[in-house]
Ligand binder design. Structure first.
Ligand SMILES: *Cc1c(COP(=O)(O)O)cnc(C)c1O
Length: 372
């Protein structure tokens, strides 16, 4: 799949088998009344949208979902033939293409449908929609039964649009308290029950709700972060109903090694000064690869040991303080396992004051993805 050569040893190793295992274990946990929508937005959370979509569908996911129309078109063009749902907003101008490519879109109000019908007097194919309900997230979606009824009236008046599903999104399902999620679920179900006929797919749960509240599983769940082996939050991680397999490691190698005398400055600003004779290694990875400057001091794994990044992280390189002399070419693990040690995205997220979601999507295009 790689079109360019990769001389640089910095690579993201994607384990598609881990993704398949997560789908298989999730299917066992859900039983056969709930299907899996594999969320592959943002380039499959940085893993590669096409590769993940294929692996997830092959392992038993019923459908894939993305955030944007462009993501959906790319998947279709790459040969993904199953159902694809665009969960975020689509412009009216996308409706025709969506119908043509059999891409399902989320619809939040009747104006959108009317706009689509005005713009397309005849549709070559029918357009499949999932109505989006805002049950408390405050992002997109209709919020009351009147809005739902006026949307349904227009859908009923045309042959060109088919109601395939209705869904909502939880804002606090990863937290200790379940009350906000309960309120959202009840509000959503009140609207679902106001429909004259239940559509094929009623779905609400993200990874957190899937793992913590199996009673909200309904016809389908949308599995994102945990498809990739990460827990949505610490709390969910401590209450997992089955083990998740991590699917991405970030590897590189020592590119240069030197012994410095006491008092030598390292990197921009000279903020790190050696406190004695020190072996310093240079690694060809920097913030343009997603190794954010705030990760200075973060440990990496070399020879099974934890070794700190020292000095300012550069755009393309960084330096580490080695415990002893080591050779150029020695393997360096930024995220992943070596011996008994492991560095996780959660550890990076904690250091940067963010969530693992932001880490996994921040590994940039420059880092080749290598598939196992
Ligand atoms: C991103 C997203 C998901 C997946 O959420 P995870 O927490 O990654 O499982 C599900 N539904 C919607 C609407 C989303 O935007």
């Amino acid at each position: 799949m790689q079109t360019s050569v990769n001389y640089r040893p910095t690579k993201a190793i994607v384990n598609l088998e881990a993704i398949r295992e997560n789908i298989e274990n999730l299917n066992i946990y859900l039983g056969n009344t709930t299907s899996i929508i594999a969320v592959v937005k943002a380039d499959g959370y940085g893993h590669g949208e096409v590769e993940v979509a294929l692996a997830a569908l092959e392992a038993g996911a019923a459908m894939v979902s993305v955030a944007t129309p462009d993501e959906a078109v790319r998947l279709r063009m790459a040969g993904i033939s199953g159902d694809i749902l665009v969960m975020g907003p689509s412009p009216i101008s996308f409706a025709k293409k969506a119908a043509e490519l059999s891409i399902t879109v989320a619809v939040s109000d009747v104006d959108w449908i009317q706009g689509v019908l005005q713009e397309n007097k005849i549709f070559p194919q029918t357009l499949k929609i999932h109505v989006k309900v805002d049950s408390g997230m405050g992002r997109i979606g209709l919020r009351d039964v009147n809005a739902l009824h006026s949307l349904m009236a227009v859908v009923a008046s045309t042959q060109h649009i088919v109601l395939d599903g209705i869904f909502t999104h939880f804002s606090c399902a990863d937290e200790v308290s379940s009350s906000a999620t309960e309120v959202q679920f009840k509000m959503f179900m009140d609207l679902v029950n106001a429909l004259p006929e239940k559509p094929r797919l009623v779905h609400a749960s993200n990874s957190a709700a899937t793992l913590l509240y199996p009673e909200y599983a309904l016809d389908a769940i949308r599995f994102g972060i945990s498809l990739y082996g990460m827990a949505p939050s610490k709390y969910v991680g401590e209450n997992l109903p089955f083990k998740l397999e991590r699917s991405l490691e970030l590897h590189s190698e020592l590119a240069y090694v030197k012994l410095l005398s006491k008092g030598s400055a390292i990197s921009y600003g000279g903020t790190y000064i050696t406190t004695g004779e020190e072996w310093i290694g240079t690694i060809p990875i920097g913030y343009a690869d997603g190794l954010r400057r705030g990760l200075r001091g973060q440990e990496v794994l070399i020879g099974g040991k934890r070794v700190p990044i020292v000095g300012t992280i550069c755009m393309d390189q960084c330096m580490v303080r080695l415990p002893e002399e080591m050779s150029v070419g020695e393997k360096v693990i930024f995220i992943g396992r070596q011996g008994t040690e492991e560095v996780t995205m959660e550890e990076w997220a904690e250091k940067l004051g963010t969530i693992p979601y932001e880490i996994t999507v921040s590994i940039t295009k420059r880092v080749p993805r290598v598939y196992l």
